[in-house]
Write a protein of this length. Structure first.
Lengths: 312, 66
């Protein structure tokens, strides 16, 4: 280290790095969805997290010493983050091409975006921490503010889930001739009698009722529906094989009521487990609707008539 | 495969009623003596073609790749 380098700046960089790496570690949790996959996915993202933390932590001390080229490093690292997004997108897309039930492009974009954003959060926490140490001259203040930034980052970790915008309940399957229904929602036309029997036996039906007009629009988004189907079969196992398209899980909408109905045949067909999984499906950022809609968020509520049947 | 908006094409038709389908309509037509044979032929075709069988409710079954 440069002999003229003040110890305070050293402390700032060290503390900033610790805070940054800690942020990345805490944000990098794999859950029942098994993504990122251990251990290589972890390794990639932790390594990039260390780099992000290092750059974030070094930025303010560098500025203090008049090293304006530090800006360039921030830009370079931001480019790397975009590459993270690209990397995740390409990996997931490649996997999706082979999948019996794919994640869908909307879900993949969401995941890729989150990976990019979390790298920024890592850099930001490191920057806030080391910056505070430099500006206040107290590592305690840095640790405190860094902790706050970390908490803020963790708050962003959990997005909204399906259970918050809709109610999920089991509902029986019903055939009218070849036509499969769940309550009043048409699902599909099944031509073979034996497939109808199999579906009746192993398929489970669920009704997803949006709580308001915004939730209805989010649920109607095909990307969101695909994410719901993916999470369900990913958690509980899919009965379908490649030559048996009738097992394909389906999620359909009744346009009059906004109610969605799902039919799926999973290996672990416990209705309570299926409901729990469905309620925990993330609401995709790209599926969120309503706030900026020119028709206004309450456009469904003002019409009256059939809208009166709307779940409130 | 589980897309909400699939690209579909009719790969084959199985029917007990020759009047309902036109030969040369773009997809092979398989004639069946009765309902049972139609179901069985459609089943075999669906497994061979990885296709879904749909019932047009007029004695015609179509095999669709979704």
């Amino acid at each position: 280290m440069n002999p003229s380098f003040p110890p305070l700046l050293g402390q700032a960089v060290a503390l900033g790095m610790v805070a940054g790496v800690l942020t990345r570690m805490l944000l990098l949790s794999s859950d029942y969805r098994r993504y990122p996959s251990l251990p290589h996915g972890y390794l990639t993202h932790l390594s990039l997290g260390v780099i992000a933390a290092a750059v974030g932590a070094a930025a303010v001390p560098a500025f203090v010493r008049g090293e304006w080229t530090a800006v360039t490093f921030l830009v370079v690292v931001a480019t790397q983050f975009r590459e993270i997004r690209d990397m995740e997108r390409q990996t997931l897309r490649a996997i999706d091409e082979m999948a019996l039930v794919p994640r869908g492009a909307a879900y993949i974009e969401g995941i890729a975006r989150v990976f990019e954003a979390r790298s920024y959060l890592t850099m930001f926490t490191a920057l806030v921490t080391s910056g505070t140490v430099v500006l206040t001259g107290s590592w305690l203040a840095g640790a405190l503010l860094g902790g706050l930034a970390l908490l803020q980052a963790l708050k962003l970790k959990t997005g909204r889930i399906l259970g918050e915008i809709a109610t999920v309940r089991e509902a029986p399957l019903r055939f009218e001739g070849p036509h499969l229904y769940v309550e009043d929602v048409y699902i599909m036309n099944v031509g073979l009698a034996q497939e109808r029997e199999l579906l009746q036996k192993h398929g489970r039906g669920f009704v997803i009722e949006p709580r308001d007009a915004r939730a209805r629009d989010a649920l109607a988004e095909p990307g969101q529906r695909q994410a719901i189907l993916f999470e369900l079969v990913n958690a509980l196992g899919l009965r379908k094989d490649t030559s048996e398209p009738f097992w394909t899980p389906m999620l359909r909408k009744n346009a009059d009521t906004g109610r969605m109905a799902l039919v799926a045949a999973v290996i672990d067909a416990d209705p309570a487990a299926m409901r729990r999984v469905l309620e925990r499906v993330p609401v995709l950022e790209s599926a969120r609707r309503g706030v900026a809609s020119p028709a206004g968020p309450e456009r469904g509520a003002s019409k009256g008539g059939e809208e009166a049947a709307w779940p409130k | 495969m589980a897309e909400v908006a699939p690209r579909k094409s009719i790969l084959a038709m199985v029917t007990t009623d020759r009047d309902k389908v036109a030969a040369g309509g773009g997809a092979p037509v398989f004639y069946a003596r009765d309902e049972d044979e139609a179901q069985h032929t459609a089943f075999l075709l669906s497994r061979i073609l990885d296709a879904m069988v749909h019932d047009l409710e007029n004695g015609v079954l179509i095999l669709v790749r979704h």
